[in-house]
Design a protein around this ligand. Structure first.
Ligand code: ACM
Length: 433
């Protein structure tokens, strides 16, 4: 009935009208967990924190049909502390209202982190006062030539606050040393080679000037300003696909840039390639984006974060990348890791992919949405929904054999809620054609 499936749920005979729940505090309940009791006497929520009470209300919303709710006893808590969704606002820019909409969308499924991919070759999307050309010159491009855009500091804080009201913490990503063409368009001295504005979809061609002190002043200023706008604990420094940076330069850069960034008090996150470095600040988090069968080097680089005291966020591209097509006929989306059907997005476990990275080593799971082919938020919703429900369940619900047929009956109901809320979604899953 509910997605993600609660840790424990018993349905009793009977239904009642939906009325305001009574909410109480119970310190014995785990962080973000809750109990929800519905019977003839009323609707009762208990939790130890406000997030738990919020999640209980999300469950209640899913249980409601025609203003009625079934009698149930639910005792629930998340499997992982980090349940993330990522939105790439660099390849195509998405304004504040679009991002708020996506925040509302993911809040339905008890996600608690929104990772914003704020910078890439095609655009720089966040105002940095000490380097104003980043947005004055680096934000005017995007894929398709529609003019780009960026967030003022005030707008960015509006997003952060809106997310926080829904118990979602924003994780800003400033990707480096690759994926930096837009920064170098704004400040050509950040690159060793001449650059021009870029609105295509290739990756791996850009790099910062690794041996230039200007680059490290840039890293320091940007991280200082972004960290100051970040109440949450994490700051993502990218590190992926630095294909035009030599090995020596990459290792030199990562050691210096992460040491600079760590001064500003945030726990750093890097895509798994950052684990090529053995000089990461203690506790740096790795984000795995290879396949469910790890490709060359990916497992070793991921394990390196664990060996340096960090945990791992799992985003295997062939099952968790929401920008991949659902099937060969899907018009939107890329295909290099897909197509990924809804059953494929559901039937995997994050604790069994990288040897040495089991339950204890995992901080959580994240569903990235890259936007090369997605020009508006309805396109984003279409590729996200309902597939993102699979990732929500993997991140929240207890591990165990996953029965897609059972999930599908709950998904059917969830899709009715999406229709009510006018959230655009794919309809081609089994039973829906
Ligand atoms: C990635 O997909 N380059 C993280």
């Amino acid at each position: 009935m509910v997605i993600p499936a609660p840790a424990s749920m018993t349905v009793h005979d009977g239904w009642r009208d939906l009325t305001d729940p009574t909410v109480s505090t119970d310190r014995s309940i785990a962080a973000e967990g809750y109990s929800l009791e519905i019977d003839a006497a009323g609707i009762r929520i208990a939790s130890s924190d406000e997030a738990g009470a919020f999640y209980a209300r999300q469950t209640l919303l899913q249980l409601t049909a025609d203003g009625r709710v079934p009698y149930v006893s639910i005792s629930d808590q998340p499997r992982f502390a980090y349940r993330g969704a990522m939105l790439d606002v660099a390849r195509h820019f998405f304004g504040v209202e679009d991002v708020k909409r996506y925040i509302d969308d993911i809040a339905l499924l008890k996600f608690n982190y929104l990772h914003l991919h704020l910078t890439d070759d095609q655009g720089w999307r966040i105002r940095i006062d000490s380097w104003p050309e980043l947005t004055a010159a680096g934000a005017t491009t995007e894929i398709g030539g529609r003019g780009g855009g960026f967030y003022s500091k005030q707008q960015y804080c509006e997003i952060v606050d809106y997310a926080a009201e829904r118990f979602i913490t924003v994780v800003p990503e400033i990707d480096m040393p690759g994926h930096t063409n837009a920064a170098s368009v704004a400040y050509p001295r950040l690159s060793d080679t001449p650059v021009v504005p870029y609105e295509g979809i290739e990756v791996g061609f850009s790099s910062l000037a690794i041996r230039s002190e200007t680059t490290y002043q840039f890293v320091d200023d940007v991280v200082r300003e972004v960290a100051a706008m970040t109440p949450g604990p994490y700051l993502h420094l990218g590190g992926d696909e630095s294909l035009s940076t030599t090995d020596d330069d990459f290792l030199y850069f990562i050691a210096r840039a992460t040491a600079i960034a760590a001064k500003y008090g945030k726990t750093l996150i890097g895509w798994h390639e950052m684990g090529r470095s053995t000089e990461l600040p203690v506790g740096t988090i790795g984000q795995y984006w290879s396949f469910t069968t790890p490709q060359e080097g990916a497992a070793e680089h991921t394990l390196s974060f664990v060996q340096q005291g960090g945990q791992i966020i799992m985003s295997p591209a062939d099952v968790a990348y929401l920008d991949q097509k659902y099937d060969a006929l899907t018009e939107l989306g890329l295909e290099w890791a897909g197509p990924t059907s809804i059953p494929e997005s559901y039937e995997w476990d994050p604790a069994t992919i990288v040897p040495g990275v089991g339950e204890e080593q995992l901080l959580g799971v994240e569903a990235p949405m890259w936007t090369e082919t997605l020009a508006d938020i309805q396109d984003v919703e279409y590729l996200a929904f309902p597939r993102i429900a699979s990732i929500a369940e993997i991140a929240w619900s207890p591990a165990g054999p996953r029965d897609f047929a059972e999930f599908e009956s709950r998904l059917d109901r969830f899709v009715t809620l999406l229709d009510t809320l006018r959230i655009k979604h794919y309809v081609g899953f089994p039973g829906k054609n």
